[in-house]
Design a protein around this ligand. Structure first.
Ligand code: KG4
Ligand code: ZN
Length: 352
């Protein structure tokens, strides 16, 4: 089946063409247009995002078709993110997808954005398929999920407050680093100048205690707001009006270490409890090489392999939406032309 995927949940306008079936499906093209305009505001401005999607959606889809060497008539189904995300932004993709599907007389299917992230690694590695433990870490979500099969998900843990990417973005702001904060902090943490000073900072690992047991409410959940406050206090204690290197690098490194160690340990707990041999990462933060290396090293000891998508597929993209949509289409699922957009919605296939 040839599926056109469309993603407009946040600040990326993306379209992709996927062909084939199931885990054999191939990405024929992928176009991602990132809205740079939000940089000057230090974060995504919803109204601006919606308008930018309206301007970009037609050329982005046309470019995806051209890259795939296809024409509109080749599209056999349309898959579109219909939540969670910014409603105004989502509506652009959803309205476009429904109109196109109606005109082409092909089915349309709504896709949960986070289910899309679960499929991203599988587009690049034939082995990143269930059963696996999944850690999805993006700007809006931090989810630890046991994936027994595609469509069979058990939500183990989530963040109680800030998402992992959000913590990176907020801490970057505190340190005077640009948006998005993740890549900026990762670069800063690697700076040699901060290495000597790094022992002067050690932030406690949030929601991580040895006496936690499976079944405890905080065994899998995470929380990053305390860590953010610890960084704020460290910045204040430095006394300087603007935090400079090498102190800035040392704090960035200490923050990143605390966050990564927490994510690695929570993931390891899930691997042990469900005896999984594979871990799949997804979301923008999974583009963090320090995280992927720490995860791989730690989980190798438990006999589990770690799969992380390349940065292009780790962040928001329509290829993963087309792949998740294909899964639902192959099960005979279709959305009606009353398909709507939702700021929040439950992942389909969650066990209680
Ligand atoms: O998945 P994504 O593109 O968008 C959402 O669905 O939210 O994730 C964006 C988030 C941002 O918070 C950004 O700071 C973070 O991913 N991010 C990173 C890195 N690259 C992007 N965080 C840590 N290290 C990185 N290298
Ligand atoms: Zn995302």
């Amino acid at each position: 089946m040839r599926v056109l995927g469309i993603e407009t949940s946040c600040d990326e306008t993306s379209a992709a063409l996927l062909s084939g079936s199931g885990d054999e499906a191939r990405v024929e093209s992928l176009v991602i247009l990132s809205q740079d305009v939000h940089r000057v505001f230090g974060g995504v401005v919803p109204e601006i995002a919606s308008r930018a999607h309206v301007t970009a959606i037609v050329p982005v889809v046309e470019e995806a078709l051209r890259e795939a060497g296809m024409v509109r008539g080749d599209v056999e189904a349309v898959a579109v993110t219909n939540g969670p995300g910014l409603v105004g932004a989502l509506l652009v993709g959803v309205s476009f997808a429904k109109a196109l599907a109606f005109a082409l007389e092909v089915p349309v299917v709504g896709v949960h954005h986070m289910e899309g992230h679960l499929f991203a690694a599988a587009l690049e590695s034939r082995e990143a398929v269930p059963p696996f433990t999944a850690l999805l870490v993006s700007g809006g979500h931090t989810l630890l999920i046991d994936v027994e099969a595609w469509g069979m998900y058990r939500l183990l843990g989530r963040t109680r407050d800030d998402a992992a990417g959000e913590a990176f973005d907020k801490v970057a702001k505190l340190l005077g680093l640009p948006y998005p904060g993740g890549p900026a902090i990762e670069r800063e943490a690697h700076d040699e100048a901060g290495r000597q000073l790094s022992n002067s900072y050690r932030f406690s690992r949030p929601m991580l205690r040895r006496d936690q047991r499976p079944g405890d409410a905080d065994y899998y959940d995470v929380s990053f707001s305390g860590l953010k406050t610890a960084v704020l206090n460290a910045v204040r204690d430095s006394g300087a009006a603007a935090i400079e290197a090498p102190r800035r690098s040392a704090i960035a490194r200490a923050f990143q270490d605390a966050l990564i160690e927490t994510l690695v340990e929570k993931t390891a707990r899930a691997v042990r409890q469900f005896r999984r041999r594979r871990v799949v990462l997804g979301g923008g933060v999974s583009g963090n090489r320090t995280l992927v290396e720490a995860m791989s090293a730690h989980l190798a000891a438990l006999g589990a392999r770690v799969f992380a998508p390349s940065p292009r597929l780790a962040t928001d993209n329509a290829a993963m939406i087309a792949r998740a949509g294909l899964f639902h289409l192959e099960r005979g699922e279709r959305s009606g032309l009353d398909l709507n957009a939702f700021a929040s919605m439950p992942i389909p296939g969650l066990a209680d």
